[in-house]
Design a protein around this ligand. Structure first.
Ligand SMILES: Cc1ncc(COP(=O)(O)O)c(C=O)c1O
Length: 363
């Protein structure tokens, strides 16, 4: 656990202690997922995961010698419940839901009730939403176990949390060598610090293009390169001490507020665009968006326009598994992966920068 914070009362630690029963830090969400499931499963059992999912997320499941099956989704991102129920048989040990982009998984209540009736475990994949709260519940704490990725929201080299939300999951939990926080600072912390110091110089003196690009480039510091296996292996270590320090010194309310303002700035900036549709109709209270996801029929042209305005890192998401890509059953997931463009809402971007991009897009 990180040392006591100077950010008393509003730190991430106090946020977690307020909202979560039991939690453990990890280097990556995938390593956390491995440990969370390890004590609950037998090799050969099946886990159902949504088809709209990055290819590497199933790697810990392969490591546990589990079978994985992808269930189809609706255009709203809700599960295709007919497809999901068709796959629920005696071999299924767990079903995963995903709180996409910081928002609760559409259809989550129905999924939870199906999973409860069926009697298997529910994994609440909350990689995108460490600071999102739905009513009084922090996202990621609804399943028997949940995972959340800190590095997707905070300017840190790595970091994730495993939530053990249920007695059975907590009792079965046996931490591997990837659990916890590393004791000292090491070379990877120093490389990260050097890179971020360099980035700050750019931010202060740069144009809009440079500042947005720099922020986005910083999210791409090696995590998205390499194959799915390689990315999983890289994350199998405890969280860095630097990450623990930065996370502990951060104010969750300020980050949530800044990201919400940026999300709303994108809504304003793209208001006049009939060809761009926000994936979520509203921004409910308590939600801390990871990005502002939009669907654009002319996605290639839209991304080129954004690039021209300096938003070089607006990305398509995710890189789907080859088991999903272009398969007729997963037509919707394939289409979503092609058409959804994720717009940056990082807390270090000023809303005025986004509104300015909107003005440039209209010219
Ligand atoms: C939906 C989802 N789940 C899990 C993960 C894994 O998180 P991590 O990269 O921290 O292992 C990711 C990472 O991109 C993700 O997008």
């Amino acid at each position: 656990m990180p040392s006591p914070s100077t950010n008393q009362g509003h730190s991430v630690d106090s946020f977690l202690n307020r909202h979560a029963q039991e939690f453990v830090f990890y280097g990556s969400g995938k390593a956390a997922l491995y440990d969370g499931l390890a004590g609950l499963i037998e090799p050969g059992e099946t886990v159902l995961v949504p088809a709209y999912l990055p290819d590497a997320v199933v790697e810990p499941l392969y490591d546990l010698e589990l079978e994985t099956e992808y269930y189809a989704l609706e255009p709203s991102l809700a599960p295709d419940f007919v497809d999901l129920e068709r796959r629920l048989d005696d071999d299924v040990i767990a079903v995963m839901s995903v709180n996409y982009f910081g928002f609760p998984h559409p259809g989550l209540d129905e999924l939870r009730s199906i999973v409860a009736d069926y009697g298997c475990y529910h994994v609440d994949d909350n990689a995108h939403a460490p600071l999102s709260v739905d009513g009084e519940t922090v996202l990621g704490t609804r399943g028997h176990l949940g995972v959340t990725s800190l590095w997707k929201l905070f300017p840190v080299p790595d970091g994730a949390i495993l939530y053990l939300n249920d007695e059975q999951a907590a009792e079965a939990y046996d931490p591997s060598s990837s659990a916890g926080v590393r004791d000292g600072f090491d070379g990877s912390d120093c490389r990260y610090l050097l890179k971020s110091a360099f980035r700050d110089v750019f931010d202060r003196n740069g144009t809009i293009r440079r500042s947005i690009d720099a922020i986005l480039a910083s999210r791409n510091d090696g995590r998205s390169v390499g194959g799915p296996r390689e990315r999983y292996e890289k994350g199998k270590r405890p969280m860095s001490k630097l990450s623990a320090y930065v996370v502990e010194e951060s104010d969750p309310r300020a980050i949530r507020q800044a990201r919400r303002q940026n999300y709303l700035a994108w809504r304003q900036a793209l208001e006049s665009r009939d060809d761009v549709e926000f994936v979520f109709e509203s921004l409910p209270e308590g939600i801390c968006p990871q990005v502002a996801p939009v669907r654009a029929a002319g996605h290639e042209q839209f991304r080129a326009e954004l690039d021209r305005c300096g938003v070089g890192g607006a990305k398509r998401w995710p890189r789907l598994s080859p088991r999903v890509r272009e398969k007729p059953t997963y037509e919707t997931a394939t289409r979503l992966a092609r058409e959804i463009v994720t717009l940056p809402v990082h807390q270090h971007i000023a809303p005025s920068t986004i509104l300015d991009v909107g003005r440039q897009l209209r010219q």
